[in-house]
Design a binder for this molecule. Structure first.
Ligand code: ADP
Ligand code: MG
Length: 599
């Protein structure tokens, strides 16, 4: 409820601001709004998605120059003449052009890892800047002047006090769209980009597509900001679209707080005001020559990043007393239909086979001619000393890695050339030896990510919140799986706050959310207490009885011996024994190589 009041106060302030504030301050607010729109895109791209871009200013320029050219050129080329000097049609062209450029640049750069992406963004930032400056039809470095004012249903927005409303309505809409998107199935996939790509792919997320989506959105926000800017100033030149501005935008995102949509407003606001004050006051203190504000500014930013790397927004939130904070519990509606389930195969049906799978890492043979098979309704354990090659084998079986020789066949299809995402789609789901979850996301959302493939609503419906029914079904499934594994009391805890054993169980719930027929578990009992191990064994037995095929890597021999149907023993990358638990326990080779060493 308090949340509502806060928003209402904000809206009243925004409505009254242009009526009561001096023109100079309204202009400042306009700039803050324009910057915040760009920064919002950056928060999505850099803060949430983990992709640093210095090139946003160039997209702002694209939006601004498109409309400047289309609305001031006397004789437009025939194929553009339909725009007829209308700023709104120019916006349409600007958006289309920006989308095309962003898709092209994204396809070139988003697959690059590490520093290549930021470097790529610098490159395009600089080249677009020089393009604006050198094209004579764009007015060169002097720019283009005489842009028309916007008009809105006959209302001419020719003053700062008027265009103010358009800027802020668009910004608030963009904030709404962005936070809708982040709180959706697509949003979970986006939030997994930073630090969870391998895991997300295994859950069936197309991470490249998710990257492209936020790259596109951030470019479009920037272009719309540029369009608004051009018609606010009614004049454009290349200066505000250069690299230095690209860096400023990034600063604003860092200062505001890279994780929250409202950080965009804080960052743009603080940086703009601070710059203004420093420009006004520093010359009085230090004398008039020298651009001291840049230096002071840089120092302030370094200081702030030291003190609060997460930006100002989290600090502001901390200032609010606990009982005032908005507890954003996602509501789960139990009345929606269940998600449909895939028909499980007949018990005993052969689901997964490895044929002479060999994996070499340089000279090291981590898997050597490994053969195994897994049937529906069976639990198979893969055991062996550390470094035997069990995890490597797991990665071959789930198409996270590709065998150097031999092949894996899943449901009658060779996994040669298949991605882990496709394999996930075919019904294989897995957990990881080193737990891979998104620590700041709730337990519920982490598990809902597992159900990604079972939803189909896209970015558009997510942004407009038209997918609530499907979202409820996904969340209901996540809750059901969490209750099933015994984590029903922790739905809204941050996943990172769980004990390691519980995090492993969370991964099992996430894997179950994908509705698999084959479950691969890499050391599921590691870090569990005795009671928890018993509960896990019960759960796995139940799943097996339902007809799932389970393959697990495990060190705890008591756990394995009482649970599984068959065991494959590995040493130095090779299979040294295979059989029922009681056979393995008495197998001399195994005792020698593995159990013998421990007893
Ligand atoms: P286990 O899971 O049985 O403990 P692993 O499959 O993790 O064993 O490792 C088997 C061997 O392969 C080890 O010697 C390990 O160092 C090596 N290995 C695993 N992954 C890689 C890799 N990506 N590059 C090089 N060597 C690797
Ligand atoms: Mg391992």
């Amino acid at each position: 409820m308090k949340h509502r009041y806060l928003i209402a106060i904000g809206l009243v302030f925004l409505t009254l601001a242009p009526l009561v504030l001096p023109t100079y301050q309204v202009t400042l607010l306009n700039y803050i709004g324009l910057y915040a729109l760009v920064v919002l895109g950056l928060i999505l791209l850099t803060g949430v998605g983990g992709m640093t871009s210095f090139g946003q200013a160039a997209f702002v320029g694209l939006g601004a120059y498109t409309t400047a050219y289309l609305t001031t050129t006397e004789q437009l080329p025939a194929w553009l003449s339909w725009t007829a000097g209308s700023p709104w049609l120019a916006l349409l062209v600007g958006i289309t052009l920006t989308a095309a450029v962003a898709l092209f640049l994204g396809a070139l750069t988003l697959r690059l890892s590490g520093h290549y992406l930021p470097l790529g963004t610098i490159a395009w930032g600089i080249s677009l800047y020089y393009l604006f400056g050198t094209m004579s039809s764009m007015g060169g470095h002097t720019g283009i002047s005489g842009l028309p004012s916007l008009s809105f249903f006959g209302l001419l927005l020719d003053k700062g006090e008027k265009i103010f409303y358009l800027i802020w309505v668009i910004l608030l809409l963009a904030i709404w769209i962005t936070s809708n998107l982040l709180n959706s199935r697509e949003g979970r996939a986006i939030r997994a980009l930073k630090g969870g790509q391998l895991m997300a792919e295994s859950m069936g997320v197309n991470t490249f597509r998710s990257k492209m989506v936020i790259f596109l959105i951030s470019a479009l926000f920037a272009a719309i900001s540029g369009w608004l800017y051009a018609h606010t100033q009614r004049f454009v030149n290349p200066t505000p679209f250069g690299l230095h501005m690209g860096i400023d935008y990034l600063f604003m995102a860092l200062i505001g707080g890279v994780g929250s949509v409202w950080g965009a407003l804080v960052g743009a606001g603080v940086l703009t005001m601070l710059k203004q004050w420093l420009q006004d006051w520093l010359p009085l203190i230090m004398g008039s020559n020298g651009q001291y504000e840049t230096i002071v500014f840089g120092l302030l930013i370094v200081f702030m990043m030291q003190r609060s790397p997460g930006g100002l927004w989290p600090l502001l939130v901390k200032l609010v007393p606990m009982r005032w904070r908005i507890q954003q519990h996602i509501l789960i509606n139990e009345n929606v239909d269940n998600l449909s389930r895939r028909p499980l195969p007949e018990k005993g049906e052969l689901l997964l086979e490895a044929h002479d799978v060999t994996r070499r890492f340089g000279g090291l043979v981590a898997n050597n001619k490994m053969n195994l098979s897994l049937h529906a309704g069976e639990v198979l354990a893969l055991i062996g000393p550390n470094g035997a090659g069990k995890s490597t084998m797991f990665n071959q079986l789930s198409a996270v890695d590709t065998p150097s020789d031999g092949e894996v066949i899943f449901m009658g299809t060779s996994l040669q050339g298949k991605s882990s995402r496709q394999v996930a789609n075919m019904g294989m789901s897995r957990t990881f030896q080193h737990v891979k979850l998104l620590p700041t996301m709730t337990v519920l959302e982490n598990v809902a990510l597992g159900a990604h493939m079972r939803g189909s609503k896209g970015v558009m419906s997510a942004a407009l919140h038209r997918e609530r029914e499907e979202e409820q079904r996904l969340l209901k499934e996540a809750k059901y799986q969490l209750e099933r594994v015994g984590l029903g009391d922790h739905l809204y805890a941050e996943a990172g706050s769980l004990a390691l054993g519980q995090q492993r169980i969370l991964e099992i719930a996430r894997a179950l959310c994908a509705d698999p027929c084959v479950l691969l578990l890499d050391e599921p009992a590691a870090g569990l207490r005795f009671k928890e191990k018993q509960a896990l064994a019960q759960l796995l037995t139940k799943l097996k009885e339902e007809g799932l095929a389970i393959l697990l890597v495990e060190h705890d021999m008591d756990f394995v011996m009482n649970l599984v149907d068959r065991i494959v023993v590995m040493e130095f990358g090779e299979k040294i024994a295979e059989g029922k638990p009681e056979e393995i326990q008495t197998n001399p080779a195994v005792l020698e190589a593995y159990l013998g060493g421990e007893e």
